[in-house]
Design a protein around this ligand. Structure first.
Ligand SMILES: C[S@@+](CC[C@H](N)C(=O)[O-])C[C@H]1O[C@@H](n2cnc3c(N)ncnc32)[C@H](O)[C@@H]1O
Length: 214
């Protein structure tokens, strides 16, 4: 497995961290309410993968014990500035979802928002989430995906290389399929903006093959 220091996502987000909040302001506004609705459901020990510049931190309910990870130290440095008013216990650390250092069955919940568009090996990332979720644990994933509409899907495929270069995000991923391939169970799949923005609720699959950590 690739050393995470060499992961292209880390390099891209480190490069763009200074302007991420500005770049994300339009889409971010659109997402803020949906993110709030998702994050207010969290409780117990929670892992947020790809916490980025920490825009989600203000949405957590009181008492949550949160670990926020990101592959990009420069994105995470910006999250530190937003961490002061967090209403529970918070740890922020540089880490790669494709190879997590946490023991099996560590978290009650795992949250992601607009992360699996940029994880280099998304199936491996979801495998690791399955591993660190406790039995009965729940994943909440607000993710944008490729449209099933033939023309819109094709346009997304054509634009994808440009968007990856500019913003680091793949706009044409089949995230439902990636979740299924990882072994995690999809408990619920909701369309939030046509069929390109989805909320996936996932559950641990005890029988999924154990992920190999690098
Ligand atoms: C589009 S940003 C979203 C940030 C934040 N979730 C939000 O909604 O504002 C994607 C984030 O995922 C992080 N990321 C990409 N690959 C990752 C990986 N393998 N492990 C952990 N974080 C990763 C990037 O560094 C970036 O901060």
């Amino acid at each position: 497995m690739m050393n995470f220091k060499e992961d292209p996502a880390r390099e891209r987000y480190d490069r763009n961290a200074w302007c991420f909040d500005f770049q994300d302001s339009l889409f971010g506004q659109l997402l803020a309410k949906k993110k709030h609705e998702m994050i207010k459901q969290t409780k117990g020990t929670v892992l947020e993968v790809g916490v980025g510049t920490g825009k989600s931190l203000s949405h957590y309910p009181k008492g949550v014990e949160l670990v926020g990870i990101d592959i990009s130290p420069k994105m995470l440095a910006r999250a530190e500035a937003r961490a002061k008013d967090f209403p529970g216990r918070l740890t922020l650390k540089v880490a790669d979802v494709q190879s997590l250092e946490f023991p099996d069955n560590s978290f009650d919940m795992v949250v992601t928002s607009c992360v699996f568009c940029s994880v280099t090996d998304p199936v491996q990332g979801f495998r690791e989430i399955n591993r660190v979720l406790k039995s009965g644990g729940v994943g909440l994933h607000l993710e944008h995906v490729r449209s099933k509409h033939p023309l819109i899907g094709k346009i997304m495929d054509i634009l994808n290389p440009l968007v990856v270069r500019m913003a680091g995000a793949n706009i044409n991923r089949d995230t439902a399929e990636n979740i299924r391939k990882s072994g995690l169970r999809i408990l619920e799949e909701k369309d939030l903006l046509s069929d390109i923005l989805k909320l996936f609720k996932t559950g641990k699959n005890e029988n999924a093959s154990k992920s190999v950590r690098g």
